[in-house]
Design a protein around this ligand. Structure first.
Ligand SMILES: Nc1ncnc2c1ncn2[C@@H]1O[C@H](COP(=O)(O)OP(=O)(O)O)[C@@H](O)[C@H]1O
Ligand SMILES: [Mg+2]
Length: 341
């Protein structure tokens, strides 16, 4: 997303920190002897999106919980819209919305009733709440569904309602913890659309994700964390450049040929990664020389190939080169069931 959508910067502004909506300052969180977050610092300029990217158990939720006043840091602090999470937790809460990993809306109520109930808790008056609710339902494609009980909603509709509810107070800063986990691809891209339009209106977004594609699509900047520390940061392009070499990607026509194809690719000397579902094999490529050699081997072998080519590194490759494992490989313990509000 482009940061050009940010509200116009006032000329002659004296303090450049005014443009920083979110700031993590050496955040540390220990659970007993275990350090879940180990000195995380970053800043997010107003009206931009930061993607906090990391595998399961990396420390994303713990970081977000500290930044949203839900969990006190062991050391370090965070500033949200200029307010310190420890010194001014109330002001922080008033400046932000949070959508946690678990949906927090009431099943029995309709979407509209949920909005009315939570808006009431925020102290928004009835008439304003009615207009605001109608606008939000429309913005999130829930106008019709708004009159149905939430228990009849699909996963995507729930997430959208959850987000709508967290926007009731029109917070300038929004934290989204894995907002699209468990959503089908269509609901996911619908949610992305909504998020893009929010940012276009000036909202600052911090979203955590395990989906490299999501960070790639939405985030202006990406901070990659693994085991509680930042291992890389930059735009998705910068990260991809950091990952360096292109890969050689080969798709075999018949899944039965995958082992033979793997053996051939290993002759290039690189590690071979296999995606069985798409019959795709990937290995680091050293340019065209490798490609022509590989074409020769496959010609001789008689293995039928659907596709063979060089691919620029994806964020997936970045992740692999940084952490030594693919994002999907991790199955660490998490506290995903924790309520985030
Ligand atoms: N309340 C807790 N007590 C003990 N360990 C925790 C607690 N919350 C999180 N952890 C541990 O901290 C690490 C980071 O967890 P989390 O922040 O949930 O990761 P992520 O959101 O990136 O998947 C994990 O190893 C997790 O088991
Ligand atoms: Mg998490």
């Amino acid at each position: 997303m482009s940061s050009t959508a940010a509200p116009a910067v006032t000329a002659g502004r004296s303090d450049p920190r005014d443009d920083i909506a979110i700031e993590a300052i050496d955040l540390v969180k220990k659970f007993g002897d275990f350090t879940a977050v180990d000195g995380v610092s970053f800043t997010v300029p107003q009206g931009t999106v930061l993607g906090l990217l990391g595998p399961n158990g990396a420390g994303k939720t713990t970081t977000v919980r500290m930044m949203t006043t839900l969990s006190p840091p062991t050391s370090g602090t965070a500033r949200i819209a200029g307010h310190d999470v420890q010194a001014e937790p109330d002001l922080v809460r008033r400046s932000m919305g949070l959508t946690g990993q678990a949906a927090t809306v009431d099943e029995i109520l309709t979407g509209r009733e949920n909005i009315q109930m939570i808006g009431g808790l925020y102290g928004i008056n009835r008439r304003e709440l009615r207009t605001r609710g109608t606008d939000l339902l429309e913005q999130f494609n829930l106008t019709e569904a708004g009159n149905k009980p939430v228990r009849e909603y699909s996963g995507g509709m729930r997430r959208r309602l959850d987000l709508a509810v967290s926007l009731l107070a029109a917070p300038p800063v929004l934290f989204l913890d894995e907002p699209t986990t468990g959503l089908d691809p269509r609901s996911r891209s619908e949610l992305w659309e909504v998020l893009r339009s929010l940012v276009a209106q000036g909202t600052t977004l911090l979203l955590t994700t395990q989906y490299l594609e999501e960070a790639d699509h939405l985030a202006d900047r990406i901070v990659v964390i693994d085991k509680g520390t930042i291992i890389a940061e930059g735009t998705s392009l910068e990260l991809k450049e950091q990952a360096g070499a292109a890969s050689l990607v080969l798709t075999v026509s018949d899944a039965a040929d995958i082992p033979a194809a793997e053996a051939l690719l290993r002759k290039t000397g690189g590690e071979v990664f296999i995606d069985h579902s798409s019959r795709k094999l990937t290995t680091p490529a050293n340019g065209l020389a490798d490609l022509t050699r590989v074409v020769g081997w496959f010609d001789e072998s008689g293995i039928e190939v659907d596709d063979l080519g060089l691919a620029r590194p994806s964020l997936d490759d970045v992740f692999l080169s940084l952490t030594g494992h693919r994002a999907e490989d991790e199955t660490g313990d998490t506290t995903d069931e924790e309520q985030d509000r």
